[in-house]
Design a protein around this ligand. Structure first.
Ligand code: Z5A
Length: 221
C-alpha cells in the first residue's frame, strides 16, 4: 500500500515498556518536524475502544477464543479504516502500541489458534497495510509481569493478565520467531535501564529513517 506516511508499531509482552517507548518515538519524529499520531490496539477509535472494553474486562460470561480473535480483528478493521489509513494518507507518522503481531503472538501462539485464519483476518482488516518498522521490546516474562503488577496493584488483573506464565512464554517466543523472519522488526533488550532502551530505540530510528533530518534550531535526542 502506497502512502506518504510512516507506520510504526511497538510490540512485546506486558510491562515491556511499549507505552513508555511510544512517547520517545513520537518525540524523535516531532523534533524532526513530522506530525505524529499515537494510538493503541485494541482500540484507537470510539468503536474500537468499546470493543477493547469487552476484550479486557473480566465478565461473568466467558469469551470464546474465536470470539476474542474476531473482536481483535473487528477493532483493527475499524482502526485501520477510520484512523490509521487517513493519518498515513495525510503524511503523518502513526505510532501504534500493538498491532497484528500481537494477534499472532497472543491468539496464535498463546491460545493456539489457527495461523492461516489469523492471516486471512489480517488481510481482510489491513488490505496489505504493514508497518514499516516494528520495535519488539523483548523482556523475560517474569520481569514484565512484575513491572505491570507494581504499576497497577496486585489484584487489578484484566482478562489477559489472568493467564499463566507458560502462556506468556509462548507469546514471547512467538514475537522472537516473527522478528527472526521479518526485516521490519528491530529487537530491543527491554530489561536494560530505561535510558539505554531509549538510546537503542533512537539508534534504530536513525538507521531506519536516515532521510528524516533534525530541524535546524530544534533540540533533538
Ligand atoms: N492483545 C491480544 O491478545 N491480541 C491483539 O491483537 C492485541 C492485544 C492488539 C492489551 O493490554 C492486551 O491485549 C494485551 C495483549 C492483548 N494483554 N496482555 N498482557 P494493555 O494495552 O492494557 O496492556 P499491554 O499492552 O500489555 O501494556 P502494558 O501493561 O501497559 O505494558 P507496556 O506498555 O509494555 O509497559 P509500560 O506501561 O510502558 O511500562 C510498564 C512499567 O514498567 C511502568 O511502570 C514503566 O515505568 C516501567 N518501565 C518501562 N520500561 C522500563 C525499563 N527499561 N526499566 C525499568 N522499568 C521500566
Amino acid at each position: 500500500m502506497n502512502h506518504p506516511g510512516i507506520f510504526i508499531t511497538l510490540e512485546g509482552v506486558e510491562g515491556a515498556g511499549k507505552s513508555t517507548a511510544v512517547t520517545g518515538v513520537a518525540d524523535w519524529f516531532s523534533q524532526r518536524g513530522r506530525v505524529v499520531d499515537c494510538s493503541r490496539e485494541p482500540g484507537g477509535t470510539p468503536v474500537a475502544e468499546s470493543i477493547r472494553h469487552i476484550l479486557l474486562t473480566p465478565a461473568t460470561e466467558e469469551l470464546a477464543e474465536s470470539t476474542e480473535l474476531m473482536l481483535m480483528f473487528a477493532a483493527r478493521a475499524q482502526h485501520v479504516a477510520s484512523r490509521i489509513k487517513p493519518a498515513l494518507a495525510a503524511g503523518k507518522v502513526l505510532i501504534c502500541d500493538r498491532f497484528t503481531d500481537s494477534s499472532r503472538a497472543y491468539q496464535g501462539a498463546g491460545r493456539g489458534m489457527d495461523r492461516g485464519l489469523i492471516e486471512t483476518l489480517a488481510q481482510a482488516a489491513q488490505h496489505g497495510l504493514e508497518p514499516q518498522l516494528t520495535v519488539l521490546l523483548d523482556l523475560p516474562v517474569e520481569i514484565g509481569l512484575a513491572r505491570a503488577a507494581a504499576r497497577r496493584g496486585i489484584d487489578n488483573h484484566d482478562r489477559f493478565e489472568r493467564e499463566q506464565r507458560d502462556f506468556f512464554e509462548r507469546v514471547r517466543a512467538e514475537f522472537l520467531r516473527l522478528a527472526a523472519l521479518n526485516s521490519r522488526f528491530a529487537v530491543i533488550d527491554a530489561a536494560a535501564p530505561l535510558a539505554e532502551v531509549q538510546a537503542h530505540i533512537q539508534a534504530v530510528l536513525h538507521a531506519r529513517f536516515p532521510f528524516i533530518a533534525p530541524q535546524v534550531g530544534v533540540a533533538h535526542g
